[in-house]
Design a protein around this ligand. Structure first.
Ligand SMILES: [Fe+2]
Ligand SMILES: [Fe+2]
Length: 311
C-alpha cells in the first residue's frame, strides 16, 4: 500500500464527518470544572439527556462501583460517586456510543483501553499523584484515533495488522511504515474537535513519546506507563511478566514503584472481571455487518472478524 493512500487530508475529511459529542458532555465538563456548582446543577444537566442518564444509572448499579443497595436516581448517585467519576462516566458512555467497528473486533480495543485506564488510575493512587480520576479517563481515551482509522480506513488498517505480524512491529511503527498519519495525529485532531481539556489532548497525541509533551510530560508519562502494563500478551496483560521486566519496559517514561506495580496487578485482576461481564451487553461490541466481515480477507479470526492486536 502506497504511502499517499492514507494522508492527512483524507483523514481530515473523515474527521469532519464524525458526529460532535452530545451537548451534555460539554455541559458536564463545565460544571465539574466550575468550583461554584452543586450536585443539583450536575443532575439537571444529565437529566436533560435521558439516554445518557439511564446508562449512567445502569453502570452505577453494576458491581464495579460497589455502591450499597440500588441507586435509582441521579441525586443519590452523584454524591456517592463524586463529580469527576460522573464526568468520566458521561464522557465514556458518549464516546463508546459513537464508535463503530469497521469490521474489526472492537472488544479487544476496549479491553486494552479499559485496562490502561485501570492501570493509570492505580499508578496515580499508589504514587499519590493528583488527578487519579482524570488519569483514568486519559487511559480510557488514549487510543481514540484508532476508532476513526479502523472505521473509515479498514482496508489500510488490515495492512497495518499484517505488517505488525510479518515484521514484528508495534502498532505505531507499522502505521509509520505505511502512512503519513497515525492514530496519535488523528486522535489529537479529534480531541481538538471535541474540545477535550489540554491534558487529555496531550495524552492522545503523545502517549508513545511523553517526553515530547512539554508541560504535560509528567501527566502523559503515567498513561504511557499504563499503556505498556496493559499490553495484551498470550497470557493476559504485560504485568504478568513480573515487576523487573515491567519496570524496565517503563523506565524511560516513569519510575514504576513496587507499590504502583502491585496495585496495578490487583486492580486489573479485580476490574477486568467486571469488564468481561458487561462488555457483551453493550451494543457497540456486537458483531460488525456481514458485508464488512465478508471482505475482511485471509487474516480473519474464526468467526470472520478481524482480531485486533493492541500494542
Ligand atoms: Fe497508542
Ligand atoms: Fe494503547
Amino acid at each position: 500500500m502506497a504511502r499517499r493512500e492514507l494522508n492527512i487530508s483524507r483523514a481530515l475529511e473523515k474527521i469532519k464527518e464524525l458526529p460532535t459529542l452530545p451537548d451534555v458532555v460539554f455541559k458536564v465538563n463545565e460544571i465539574v470544572n466550575d468550583k461554584n456548582t452543586s450536585s443539583n446543577d450536575l443532575e439537571n444537566v444529565i437529566s436533560r439527556d435521558q439516554a445518557i442518564a439511564a446508562k449512567v444509572l445502569k453502570l452505577v448499579n453494576s458491581a464495579f462501583y460497589g455502591l450499597p443497595g440500588k441507586v435509582d436516581t441521579l441525586s443519590r448517585a452523584i454524591p456517592l460517586l463524586g463529580f469527576s467519576t460522573v464526568r468520566n462516566l458521561v464522557m465514556s458512555i458518549s464516546i463508546i456510543d459513537l464508535s463503530a467497528t469497521g469490521g474489526f473486533d472492537m472488544k479487544q480495543f476496549w479491553r486494552h483501553s479499559f485496562a490502561t485506564s485501570t492501570a493509570a488510575r492505580a499508578i496515580a493512587v499508589a504514587d499519590r499523584l493528583p488527578d487519579a480520576e482524570i488519569q483514568s479517563l486519559a487511559g480510557l481515551l488514549h487510543d481514540i484515533g484508532k476508532i476513526l482509522l479502523l472505521q473509515y480506513f479498514s482496508a489500510e488498517y488490515r495492512e497495518v495488522l499484517e505488517v505488525m505480524s510479518n515484521e514484528g512491529l508495534n502498532f505505531l511503527q507499522a502505521e509509520k511504515s505505511l502512512f503519513e498519519v497515525n492514530h496519535c495525529i488523528v486522535g489529537r485532531i479529534i480531541a481538538d474537535r471535541w474540545s477535550f481539556p489540554e491534558n487529555l489532548r496531550a495524552v492522545i497525541a503523545h502517549h508513545h513519546n511523553p517526553e515530547s509533551a512539554g508541560d504535560m510530560a509528567d501527566f502523559v508519562a503515567v498513561t504511557a506507563t499504563a499503556n505498556i502494563l496493559a499490553q495484551q500478551t498470550d497470557e493476559g496483560f504485560y504485568v504478568k511478566c513480573g515487576y523487573e521486566k515491567c519496570a524496565e519496559a517503563c523506565e524511560s517514561f516513569h519510575f514504576l514503584t513496587m507499590a504502583a506495580y502491585t496495585m496495578v496487578v490487583n486492580d486489573l485482576q479485580k476490574h477486568m472481571v467486571f469488564f468481561e461481564s458487561f462488555i457483551d451487553r453493550m451494543e457497540v461490541f456486537r458483531r460488525p455487518s456481514p458485508i464488512l466481515v465478508e471482505d475482511a480477507g485471509k487474516k480473519k479470526g474464526d468467526k470472520g472478524i478481524w482480531k485486533l492486536p493492541v500494542k
